[in-house]
Design a binder for this molecule. Structure first.
Ligand code: MFK
Length: 166
């Protein structure tokens, strides 16, 4: 895994509040994604409140990991193509247009999950990312995210962060 700045640490401050990946959302997951060669990777250990049935992870959490690793991977890949310095400059902003998830096996609690992304396409404002979620040697979910660069019209809400997070 790459050292250095996570993709999400490169999000501009006014869009760093996402529940899944915003570094400024103290109640959130704060997922961190990195390059690993041509692929992308994130690791996360679910918390007790992410339980579906005792011992197993809620599918919505698995979907969130795929969602936010996908948009993070899109931000990194799209920014790279656009010539943004990923180590120091703010990354381009991408939002989820489409999120597909296939649950292949129950996801156990108490295990660090690994999310891997492969950049399938960078085309104009769109990036497509294919992903897997693994628990140890077992692939527990597959996913696909279509991310689109945030339109200029989708501006962050005004007011203090506490208000915007409500
Ligand atoms: C870096 C900071 C990032 C911080 C945010 C992290 C976000 C974390 C993940 C999220 O939770 S984001 C919140 C959930 N997502 C939204 O609220 C997005 C709501 N949807 C929209 O605002 C618009 O539909 C969207 C911006 C996604 C697309 O509208 P556009 O008018 O900009 O897209 P356009 O029609 O120009 O299409 C651009 C390309 O995307 C494709 N596309 C658009 N919507 C699609 C869709 N739903 N499925 C598949 N492809 C889609 C479209 O076909 C086209 O591909 P091609 O260039 O190949 O023709």
């Amino acid at each position: 895994m790459s050292d250095g700045r996570a993709f999400q640490d490169g999000y501009p401050e006014d869009v760093a509040h996402c529940y899944g990946c915003g570094r400024l959302n103290e109640a959130g997951i704060q997922l961190k994604s990195y390059w690993d060669g041509d692929e992308t990777v994130a690791r996360y250990t679910p918390r007790p409140e992410h339980t579906a049935i005792p011992g197993y992870v809620y599918g919505g959490l698995v979907a969130s990991l795929i969602d936010c690793h996908g948009t993070g991977s899109a931000a990194a890949a799209g920014s790279r193509v656009a010539g943004v310095d990923e180590a120091s400059e703010p990354l381009l902003r991408y939002v989820t247009a489409s999120l597909q998830v296939d649950y292949l096996a129950p996801t156990p609690m108490g295990v660090e999950l690994e999310v891997r992304g492969v950049i399938e396409q960078v085309k104009g404002r769109k990036v497509v990312v294919e992903e897997t979620v693994s628990a140890g040697d077992a692939v527990v979910a597959r996913g696909r995210v279509v991310a689109v660069q945030m339109p200029q019209t989708m501006t962050p809400a005004e007011g203090p962060v506490e208000t915007r997070l409500r």
